[in-house]
Every structure is written in C-alpha cells, then in structure tokens.
Design a protein around this ligand. Structure first.
Ligand code: HEM
Length: 316
C-alpha cells in the first residue's frame, strides 16, 4: 500500500473523529504508543479488508501541526503543515479549532466503521482525549444535507490522484496529502423559507437534476461560482472535496462535514478566502447564510512509507 485511502468515493456511513494527545502524559509515552499504532496500521487495514471484503471499507489518518511539533521535533515538518488560521470575513468566519489527530473512516455499514473506531480506541485510549466524533451518512442519492448533489465537479478518480497526492520527488513527504476538515452546522428552518429556485441561485445548480445554471442565471456569489480557485495563469485548479451529512433531528442539529484533500493547501485556502472574505463586489459566498463553521483544522496525511518511518523512529 502506498497512499492512505483518501479519495472520497461515497460510502454509506462515515465516522469523522478528532482527538488530542493528552497534555498530562509524558511525550515519550505518547511517542511510543503512537509509533506502535502506526506500525499496526498497515496490518490492521489488511485485516479489516479480509474481515469485511464487501463493505467498501476505507481509512485515513491525519496529523495536526501542534502534534507534529510535539512528537517529532527533530524532523522537518511537511511544508504546508501549520495550525489552520481563522479566516475572518466582514460577515462570516471560518473558525480554527484544535486537533492533534484526525480519523476519516468509511464503509457501507456503520458497524464496520465502529469496528475500526474501536481498534483506535483500544490502541490509543491511554494517550488521547476526544475533541469531536461525528457520525455521517450518505444522504439520498449522494446529496449534501441541504438537498443538492455533492461532488459533481470533483476531478475523476485518475485525475484525483494528481490533485491529491504530493508528487514532487524532492519533497520528503511525497505521496502524502493535506486535508482541511471543517464541521458546519446548517439552519434547515431558514433554508426551507427559500423556494427551490432561490436555493438553486445560492448553489448555482438545479436541485433535482443537478445541472449547472447558465452563466446569465448564476449569481457571482453562488457557491459554485465564488468558491472556484485559479492558478497564476488564470486556469481553474481543483481539490478533492466531500460533504458528509450528519444530523440529530430531535435536537434540531443538522450539518455538513467538509473535507478538502489536496497536495497543495494553498488552493483550498484560496477557495476558503473567496467564500469567507468575498471576491470582487461580493462580501461572502451565499451558502454561508445557511451554514456556520464549528470547527476547522488542517492535517497532514502521511503515506504508508512515512507511517513506517514514524513507526521505526526515522521520523523523530
Ligand atoms: C457547508 C459546506 C459546503 C457544502 C454544503 C458544499 C456543497 C457543494 C455543492 C452541493 C456543490 C455542487 C456540486 C459539486 O461540484 O460538488 C459544491 C461545489 C463546490 N464546492 Fe462546496 N460545499 C461546502 C463547502 C465548501 C468549501 C469549504 C469549499 C472550499 C474550500 C468548497 C468548494 C467547492 C468548489 C470548488 C465547488 C465546485 C465549483 C465548480 O467548479 O462548479 N465547498 N459544493
């Protein structure tokens, strides 16, 4: 295995979990426990795939900047790994929250996700504190929680490899990737005051059949217009995105867990800046009138070779 499984093909169930390393446990104990965990990851993936061959099981783990600095002070940090800085626009804010490790677990059955989460718990429980655990589901025919199909303009699977995994041979973290993890709550009541046509103007696509609105109909602050990123030559650049629906309707909690995987975090950042700080005469992405961030963090997702180097102490 070369890469961690990050390319977000849809699965029926997802667990997204963020934890911190305990502050009151000696760092050397944490390092030993985490090395052991990394050593066990590859065989654990094999074992999970043997045990649940038909359940589309996938797993990825990311490491946050603070954790990297604490655990591996002598090894160069992945180039773009830094604590995510809050983006404060005139009206909307992308918050920055803590998190040392991030787990992205997917399978077509929730009990398979649970099985992996239980293994993590057994191996790491003495050295971690929970920050957030969100259980998500595939919503209808691949829709984000607000009822629009998600992922349509993502790169296809082959193109995604180029977009996601670091491919610079001179980068010591080649084959790794960065993930922006942001949890959003969603104001369903407010959203439902809009007509379908008004909702379509917020997104820039039609609701039922997921067709792009024509240029003359699509507002400049529609999500699919304002969030786009471009390189210096003006060419559109992409990342690999996923919005995982979660909800506890009896508590009036609805939300979308956004994941943006990219070998180049500056692309994701440009998209976020457009959304939260606005672009040209628009102050923000109009999707943000209905969604608010409750967490935001950047993690580096090492390749299996790098996980081995952590296990053997070569990354220290
Ligand atoms: C509440 C959070 C979000 C929701 C519910 C959401 C939902 C959607 C939906 C439904 C689409 C249209 C279908 C598709 O191509 O995927 C879309 C497109 C897109 N989203 Fe989001 N999104 C969210 C957050 C973000 C964030 C944080 C970013 C960037 C960091 C982003 C970047 C984009 C981009 C670049 C497109 C494609 C635009 C195009 O080329 O048409 N989205 N999103």
């Amino acid at each position: 295995m070369r890469y961690q499984d990050v390319i977000p093909e849809q699965a029926q169930s997802t667990i997204l979990c963020t934890v911190n390393f305990k502050k009151d446990v000696d760092t050397s104990v944490i390092v030993d426990t985490f090395r052991d965990f990394c050593e066990r990851l590859h065989p654990t993936m094999n074992s999970m795939k043997i045990r649940f061959p038909y359940d589309n099981f996938k797993f990825a783990m990311g490491i946050g900047a603070d954790a990297w600095e604490r655990l591996f002070p002598l090894s160069e940090k992945p180039k773009e790994l830094a604590r995510f800085s809050e983006i404060k626009g005139k009206e909307k804010t992308a918050v920055s929250t803590e998190g040392d490790l991030f787990f992205h677990i997917r399978a077509d059955k929730m009990d398979v996700c649970y099985e992996m989460m239980l293994i993590i718990h057994k191996l790491l429980k003495d050295v971690i504190d929970p920050v957030d655990e969100t259980h998500g589901f595939r919503f209808r025919d691949g829709r984000a929680i607000f009822g629009f199909v998600d992922g349509t303009e993502n790169p296809d699977i082959e193109e995604a490899q180029d977009v996601v995994y670091i491919d610079d041979e001179n980068d010591p973290y080649q084959d790794g990737t960065y993930v922006l993890a942001q949890k959003y709550t969603f104001d369903l009541d407010l959203w439902e005051t809009l007509t379908i046509e008004q909702q379509e103007l917020v997104v820039g696509r039609t609701k039922e059949y997921d067709l792009e609105l024509s240029d003359d109909k699509k507002p400049s602050n529609a999500h699919t217009e304002i969030s786009k990123a471009h390189d210096r030559m003006g060419e559109e650049v992409k990342i690999m995105r996923a919005n995982i629906a979660f909800a506890e309707p009896s508590k009036n909690i609805f939300g979308s867990y956004f994941l943006g995987y990219s070998k180049d975090f500056s692309i994701t950042l440009q998209m976020l800046q457009h959304m939260f700080e606005g672009k040209d005469s628009d102050s923000h992405d109009s999707i943000l009138d209905y969604f608010s961030t409750v967490s935001g963090n950047l993690f580096f997702v090492p390749s299996y070779e790098q996980l081995d180097k952590i296990a053997t102490g070569e990354i220290k």
